[in-house]
Design a protein around this ligand. Structure first.
Ligand code: CU
Length: 123
């Protein structure tokens, strides 16, 4: 292999690396779906919350289905700021979190260490 080939391989690997990092940290915004009077959405918990920005309407009950597909300690608990909600998410299973947002604004939620971050946008 000459040095040109090495540079080519390093550049290609670098571009792929940046692309995967971008995929990992990009913001994924979704609207909760209305099902018989409840706003519902499933959030995949695997390396991050996906989606991590969820839009809901004020005054209507919200049910979040956390689908935790990993057993990393980091994502075990999810805490909702200012709401006294802290849930133990079971590994490789679903855990529901329910509440009714009363006013518009943003409700951040994170894992215990703040590595995984998301927010509910109440409109
Ligand atoms: Cu964590």
């Amino acid at each position: 292999m000459d040095s040109r080939q090495v540079i080519g391989i390093v550049l290609t690997a670098g571009i792929f690396g940046i692309f995967f990092l971008w995929l990992r940290f990009q913001r994924k915004q979704e609207k909760a779906e209305m099902n018989s009077g409840v706003q519902e959405i499933t959030i995949l918990v695997k390396g991050a919350y996906d989606p991590n920005i969820i839009t809901v309407k004020a005054g209507i009950p919200v049910r979040l289905h956390f689908n935790r597909q990993e057993h990393a300690d980091c994502s075990r608990y999810v805490t909702f700021e200012g709401m006294k909600i802290r849930k133990d998410l079971k590994a490789f299973g679903m855990t529901d979190v329910e509440f009714t947002p009363t006013e518009t604004g943003e409700i951040p939620f994170t894992c215990d260490m703040g590595m995984y971050q998301g927010k509910i946008v109440v409109e």
